[in-house]
Write a protein that binds this ligand. Structure first.
Ligand code: OGA
Ligand code: MN
Length: 300
């Protein structure tokens, strides 16, 4: 890989995707050739793991901007309806006390335990998310990742051909839960979008299934039939051979490619342990071919 040109070292953590990168402090400004190596590894491995990166919000935002413009989160109970560039995934209140399990933000965060890709319900879906482990529980609370690219590659050619050209409706909220207080009507409407079922990485052209919990219907198919197909495809992608399970250490940074990988939170004893993760999310671009070259640093 081109990474040999820099002092970075790249070690695969799974037979099909995921690499750990060492030899760089991301909390300091990153040289352009080092970011080039990270960008190439990101397109190749889909998930990147960095250890010992003691970010604060400012340095996390600064590093994240190398990938492009940051998303501002939607207002929802998990951010107390105060969106910013940092999404806090936690079971703590602002004073650091454990939140009760029936608190609205705890109920909202349970959605993260379903396989999903971030912001697939936005018209321009996210490029990547960067999650920084600030407070990590001593047991549980791992994050799992599944490769929609490895899963797609495992399909026979006839199945790939049958899926090509299908379009999927993604929604921020479950239609079954009409009284869901997490999002207002304006958000539910604006955050119902369509994306192709099969996407391709614009740098290496490798294709993937783009599914997960927000994917709810297939355009032109009866609702139930589309849902059943999407459930089957998500189950296919998340078989053990396509999954990497990340046990967190404090100060880990994990970056995932939302265009082609799924992820989910796993549970832990939320009545006993504390967990606080800070996420930045980099917006995608239209058209996707804009990513054929490396993003410009320092975008909004
Ligand atoms: C996220 C997410 C999983 C976790 O930050 O988007 O889904 O394990 N997090 O906290
Ligand atoms: Mn997520």
């Amino acid at each position: 890989m081109s990474a040999v040109l820099t002092r970075l070292s790249i070690k695969p953590l799974h037979p099909l995707f995921v690499a750990e990168i060492t030899g760089i402090d991301l909390t300091m400004p990153v040289a352009r050739e080092d970011f080039r190596a990270i960008w190439d590894a990101f397109n190749e491995y889909q998930i990147l793991v960095f250890r010992d990166q003691p970010f604060d919000d400012e340095s996390q935002i600064a590093f994240s901007r190398n990938f492009g413009a940051l998303e501002t989160m939607e207002a929802h109970p998990g951010n107390h309806f105060k969106p910013s560039h940092i999404a806090v995934m936690t079971n703590l209140d602002a004073q650091g006390n454990l939140l009760p399990l029936d608190h609205p933000s705890m109920i909202h965060r349970l959605r993260n335990e379903a396989w999903h890709t971030d912001s697939s319900f936005k018209p321009v879906a996210a490029l990547c998310s960067l999650l920084s482990g600030r407070v990590v529980p001593p047991a549980g609370g791992n994050t799992e990742f599944a490769s929609g690219r490895a899963a797609y590659a495992a399909f026979p050619e006839a199945r790939k051909a049958a899926l090509e050209g299908l379009t999927v409706v993604h929604r921020v909220a479950e239609p079954s839960n009409v009284n869901d207080p997490a999002y207002n009507e304006e958000q539910k409407q604006r955050l119902t979008v369509t994306h192709p079922l099969i996407r391709a990485n614009p740098v290496n052209q490798r294709k993937n299934l783009y599914v997960g919990s927000h994917a709810q219907e297939i355009v032109g198919m009866p609702r139930e039939e589309g849902k059943a197909l999407l459930d089957e495809l998500t189950a296919f992608c998340t078989q053990p051979q396509f999954v990497y399970n990340h046990p967190w250490r404090q100060h880990d940074l994990v970056i995932w490619d939302n265009r082609c990988a799924l992820h989910r939170a796993t549970t832990f004893d939320k009545t006993k342990y504390r967990r606080k993760m800070h996420r930045t999310t980099v917006a995608g671009m239209v058209p996707e071919s804009a990513f054929a070259s490396m993003p410009q640093a320092g975008a909004a």
